[in-house]
Design a protein around this ligand. Structure first.
Ligand code: ZN
Length: 219
């Protein structure tokens, strides 16, 4: 079974050159070139600190698109662990919280409950390295018209609720998503948690919204 995982085509270029560790060595090099330096992983926007491993922009658009699509098809656990380790090694030196406190990882609830939970897989992998606690206290209230909602103003109204009304934490709370675009989902989660102070958003990729062209925010 272990060997079978490696007998597959590269998830990006589809070249069949086993053994292949999800991507072929050439595609891994291309992806690794996109990893941000530790000091560039952090950005503060409207009081919320966002941390990501890769910026998704025009120059690497196709590469990252294929990577994300391959994960949406159901990436195995080891791929999330690989990314989580890269994130860990960059984020830890930033000293975001006291080293004696252990953070709480909260995956963003999936848009569709039937979807494979990539945010959960990434949160689990990050939790492994940061030695924190993984919990799921957020849920999406899905209206029948939700799938049709595309524009930013409507998306900002995303209804996220706490599943445990008494939930609160003095630990750093880390919201985890695979791809972050406008941040409206993250903001909705922050509000649902009663706007905690020690709140961070970790994502694998930040898809920079192209100014004046909202159509690019398709994820
Ligand atoms: Zn490849």
């Amino acid at each position: 079974m272990t060997l079978l995982k490696y007998l597959r085509a590269c998830a990006i270029c589809h070249n069949y050159l086993p053994p292949c560790d999800w991507l072929c060595s050439f595609c891994w090099k291309c992806v690794e070139r996109e990893y941000l330096y530790s000091e560039d992983c952090y950005r503060l926007e409207k009081q919320i600190p966002y941390l990501r491993l890769i910026d998704w922009h025009e120059d690497n658009h196709l590469l990252i698109q294929y990577l994300i699509q391959s994960l949406k098809g159901g990436g195995p656990e080891f791929i999330f662990k690989r990314f989580a380790l890269e994130m860990f090694s960059r984020i830890l030196p930033l000293g975001l919280w006291d080293k004696n406190t252990f953070p709480l990882f909260l995956p963003v609830p999936p848009k569709n409950p039937k979807d494979k939970e990539h945010a959960f897989s990434l949160a689990k992998a990050l939790n492994f390295y940061f030695a924190g606690e993984l919990t799921q206290v957020l849920q999406r209230k899905i209206s029948s018209s939700f799938q049709k909602i595309k524009n930013k103003r409507e998306r900002a109204k995303i209804n996220i609720i706490k599943t445990r009304a008494d939930f609160s934490s003095s630990k750093p709370i880390i919201l985890v998503d695979d791809v972050l675009t406008t941040g409206s989902t993250a903001k909705a989660c922050w509000r649902a948690l009663n706007q905690p102070k020690n709140f961070f958003v970790f994502s694998l990729v930040w898809k920079k919204p192209k100014q004046g062209n909202r159509k690019l925010n398709f994820l």
